[in-house]
Design a protein around this ligand. Structure first.
Ligand SMILES: Cc1cc2nc3c(=O)[nH]c(=O)nc-3n(C[C@H](O)[C@H](O)[C@H](O)COP(=O)(O)OP(=O)(O)OC[C@H]3O[C@@H](n4cnc5c(N)ncnc54)[C@H](O)[C@@H]3O)c2cc1C
Length: 371
């Protein structure tokens, strides 16, 4: 590949911004192309992150405040909608709900202070695997030694360059509701066909007495979201009003190939999201941690070797998610545990989803069944 002196980054989301920071620190000139006039907007993400993911981001970026952290949780309650069946997932350490818009603004500040050239309102409208890039505005065609493709769920170039086999999505809709009175201290996850045929719904306590209620499915509608809001308010024994709506796309294809020629994919652009939960930041930090290897060895294959173990785990989870249908989806799993008398599971690794099962008396316990 030769020496890497100039890198172009397509997309200023967390994948692009974190990548730009490690690259700039490695002594490389970096241009980030972001089509929107501001980073972080329009907002799409719920913002749940493990302490490990936040720590890794702090290590990569440094200089981040803790202002983007809003709340923390130690458990989730997964409930079959319309029934009393539920399962509590206990989390070692903590999971945090964060202000994603603020996080991305802070990442941009760090990137800029490191000398990264963040070009807003610059849409990349041409990219080839030899590093040739075209963008809107007064940016003429440019040739880069390396391109980080972090275009998010658009996946335009990752499909055009045949890194991904195609595009499929879960559509997610969310509403921030303001509730009167007490907000339950932990997130609720709603499973079952009446909420979503292929995913689930959620109610996540947010700042003050706000709660983000949302769900994802192959098709999502406002009517169904409003039904979920009513279910949540009834379960929580409170009333509330909708304040705002937002949403986005979660790639649901098998995680793609991580590179093509001089182009390296990071984040949603290569569908590297956790298939069972839709979480994307954990794989992103793992991928970003592998980027300095490309610069040091001047070899893109080194990146591929380093990220393949992460992508392979996601691919295994992808197959598992497909086979869940045979067991009645997420709701089927909760029902099975309920019938076995199991009300609680301990997640021993939130990010790679390992569970520790504690059976009732006489059954003993056994370790991880998901990696
Ligand atoms: C509803 C929802 C809830 C989620 N909740 C969580 C959660 O709780 N925890 C978690 O870890 N993950 C969550 N995720 C996933 C997470 O948001 C994504 O994995 C993450 O945002 C991916 O980051 P990214 O940088 O790859 O892509 P993005 O954040 O999508 O950023 C891509 C950027 O590229 C820009 N762009 C695209 N094309 C071009 C172009 N041609 N030229 C210039 N700019 C371009 C876009 O404008 C955008 O700013 C959620 C996703 C959704 C949809």
């Amino acid at each position: 590949m030769g020496d890497v002196v100039r890198v172009g980054v397509v997309g200023g989301g967390p994948a692009g911004l974190l990548s730009s920071i490690v690259l700039s620190r490695a002594g490389v000139f970096v241009d980030v192309f972001e089509e929107h006039p501001q980073v972080g907007l329009p907002r799409h993400c719920t913002g749940l992150l493990s302490s490990e993911t936040i720590n890794s981001m702090q290590k990569i970026a440094g200089g981040l405040s803790k202002d983007f952290i809003l709340r923390s949780f130690r458990e989730y309650v997964v409930r079959v909608a319309g029934s009393s069946k539920s399962l509590t997932l206990k989390i070692p350490g903590k999971v945090y709900v964060t202000d994603r818009v603020l996080l991305e603004q802070e990442l941009t500040d760090v990137a800029t202070s490191e000398g990264v050239n963040v070009l807003l309102k610059s849409r990349v409208n041409g990219l080839s695997s030899d590093g040739q890039l075209m963008a809107s505005g007064d940016v003429g065609p440019r040739k880069y030694d390396l391109v980080i493709l972090s275009e998010g769920s658009a996946m335009n170039y990752s499909t055009a360059l045949r890194m991904c086999e195609g595009r499929e999505y879960l559509r997610a809709l969310q509403s921030v509701i303001r509730v009167k009175g007490h907000v339950p201290g932990h997130p609720l996850v709603y499973v079952g066909r009446e909420v979503s045929s292929s995913f689930f719904g959620w109610a996540v306590p947010y700042r003050d007495n706000g709660v983000i209620v949302g769900y994802a499915d192959e098709k999502a509608s406002l009517t169904k979201l409003r039904k979920l809001v009513r279910t949540y308010l009834t379960d929580a024994g409170t009333v509330g009003e909708e304040k705002s709506f937002f949403g986005g796309l979660i790639p649901s294809v098998k995680p793609c190939k991580p590179a093509s020629g001089k182009v390296v994919g990071v984040g949603d652009a290569i569908a590297s999201v956790k298939p069972l939960t839709g979480g994307g930041l954990y794989p992103i930090v793992k991928e970003v941690e592998a980027i300095p290897a490309v610069i040091n060895s001047a070899d893109i294959m080194e990146y591929v070797r380093r990220v393949n173990p992460v992508l392979n785990k996601l691919r295994k989870q992808y197959l598992l998610k497909k086979s869940l249908k045979l067991f009645g989806g997420y709701a089927g799993i909760v029902r099975v545990f309920w019938e076995l008398g199991i009300r609680e599971l301990t997640v021993s690794d939130y990010d790679s989803l390992r569970f520790r099962l504690w059976f009732p008396k006489n059954h003993g316990g056994f370790g991880s069944f998901l990696t």
